[in-house]
Design a protein around this ligand. Sequence first.
Ligand code: DX5
Ligand code: ZN
Length: 222
Amino acid sequence: MNNIKIAPSLLACDFLHLEDEVKSAVNAGADIFHADVMDGVYVPNISFGFDIIKSIVSVSDIPVDAHLMIKKPQNYIDTLKSAGVYSVTVHSDFDTPDVVRSTLEMIKAAGLKAGLSLRPCFSADELFPYADICDVFLIMTVEPGFGGQKFMSDMVPKIRRAREIADAADHEISVQVDGGIGDSTIGLCAEAGADNFVIGTAFFKALDRKAALDSFRMAAMA
Ligand code: DX5
Ligand code: ZN
């Protein structure tokens, strides 16, 4: 696959030096920033909010993607639009299917790319009813909530099925993976059809971030 995107997850960066961390990732060759928003309700952790995202956008030369792990994502689409994000991803189970769909419609109506994410317990077929409106399918390869967890290799068949559903759509859908992605797991995900790789710990904790990013990209393209 040629159109590989590497998306550093800022959850793993040094927040004391956020601007430097953003610039370091851009200089290392990152394609997209992944910004995890957690509310302590949908997931058992709290990360950062929309003012921080706005600050990230203001110093970033690359698009910023918001991954919303919150109970009421529909309340914040306008705020995210004003903050300048490029895309917004919500989870399939934050509310009923009707509310999930109307939220994806709000994201599209705001002129943003729309993503739908699945927790590990859900099958890829949950994506199918929303394929007409999604630009991104995000397959979680850990339980959402924390960085630094171990990749769940039993998610690989789901990545493959998500790719099939994406390919059957009449528009381009990116298949993104998030959680435990690094040198030893990125190739498996790419082979199964992922093209967009969220990488937190393995990127920000690398001694040489540019070398790490080049090696992720090589492994994804192999
Ligand atoms: C977890 C977040 C991830 C997290 C990934 O809920 O969605 O984006 O930052 O971190 P790593 O790459 O360390 O697993
Ligand atoms: Zn994430």
